[in-house]
Write a protein of this length. Structure first.
Length: 334
């Protein structure tokens, strides 16, 4: 049997066309065995874009077909940083449209941070299309978490916090996201957009690492990508990602009640998403597997990567051993 290259391949005119919806072009990448068990990987942010090099090591690419999607306005999707028709329900609809376009009956869903929230929301809305869900560093889209990141954690990065509030034009933490959102709009002026994006990135990096981060020189393309990313992120965080904790956990229950296995792996040193998020998931969905590991937030952390890779293997093994799902067409794998 001949398999394609395991390298990521972006949709081009020579491969299946990109997904076009609502005047948006949804970019996607595939890697691994095209006849293998399908898995879709959901990036964080919101607005960060997919990073194949950071996640493909989690999969056995000889047996798995990995699909990575750039959500609306993020990564290679266009219009970059676009907010029109950009909300969680549209992202869920995009995912299922892409699944159908790729001829996939059911797929595993793997997501980290915001991508973990989107994974739960998708599985709750389309459980018959999901073989299992693996979550890394779960974000529950609550006001509690956003306040913790931008108020509770500011003592960890006081210099970066001051820079961010200065760029946003407010010292009031409760107005910070709204002020950032306004200054990241296309009409706000390039200098304001740049200042907010660079300050937000520096604050985020300092919280992630637990120490001040020396600012690297960035070219204009890199700065533009940060502006796009944080414009989308502010757009979502202002609105609790159109979910909120209660609704998201209800969707998780719906997925589990429909027989979708859920497995969450969370770092005990995660400074972005509180580790008790997995306990909240466990209380709401007793059938979910929740696991703490000695790690931080990023998928590059060895202990977290090991836990997620093991959870993915278990999900795919269980899916391969399970009988065909009622209502789904047969699907063969290598």
């Amino acid at each position: 049997m001949t398999h394609r290259s395991h390298r990521p391949r972006r949709a081009t005119s020579a491969s299946p066309p990109a997904l076009s919806r609502d005047a948006c072009r949804i970019a996607w990448t595939e890697a691994g065995n095209p006849l293998g068990q399908p898995v879709v990987v959901l990036h964080g942010g919101p607005g960060s874009g997919s990073r194949p090099a950071a996640v493909l090591h989690l999969f056995d690419l000889t047996r798995t077909r990995v699909v990575l999607v750039d959500q609306r306005g993020a990564g290679a999707s266009t219009p970059r940083g676009g907010l029109r028709h950009n909300n969680t329900m549209r992202l869920i609809s995009d995912l299922d449209a892409l699944r159908a376009q790729l001829g996939i009956a059911r797929w595993g869903v793997v997501g980290g941070s915001w991508g973990a929230a989107l994974a739960l929301a998708y599985a709750g809305r389309h459980p018959s299309r999901v073989t299992g869900v693996v979550l890394r560093g779960l974000f529950l889209t609550s006001t509690r978490e956003v306040r913790g990141l931008f108020i509770g954690a500011r003592a960890l990065a006081p210099r970066e916090w001051q820079r961010l509030t200065a760029a946003a034009g407010t010292t009031r933490a409760d107005r910070l996201i709204g002020c950032c959102a306004r200054r990241l709009q296309p009409g706000a002026g390039a200098a304001r957009q740049r200042a907010v994006a660079l300050a937000w990135s520096a604050y985020e990096d300092a919280i992630l690492t637990g120490r001040p981060v020396r600012g690297a020189r960035r070219n204009q393309r890199s700065v533009d990508r940060l502006i796009d990313k944080y414009r989308i992120q502010a757009h979502y965080l202002q609105r609790a990602c159109w979910l909120g904790e209660r609704r998201l956990l209800a969707l998780a229950r719906e997925a589990a009640d429909a027989g979708v296995p859920l497995h969450a792996v969370h770092g005990t040193r995660d400074r972005v998403c509180p580790v008790d998020n997995v306990d909240r998931l466990g209380r709401a969905v007793p059938a979910a597997i929740v696991e703490r590991v000695q790690a931080g937030h990023l998928a590059s952390d060895a202990a977290l990567a090991h836990g997620v890779a093991r959870a993915v293997r278990e999900m795919l093994t269980a899916a391969a051993d399970a009988p065909p799902h009622a209502g789904s067409p047969a699907q063969s794998h290598a």
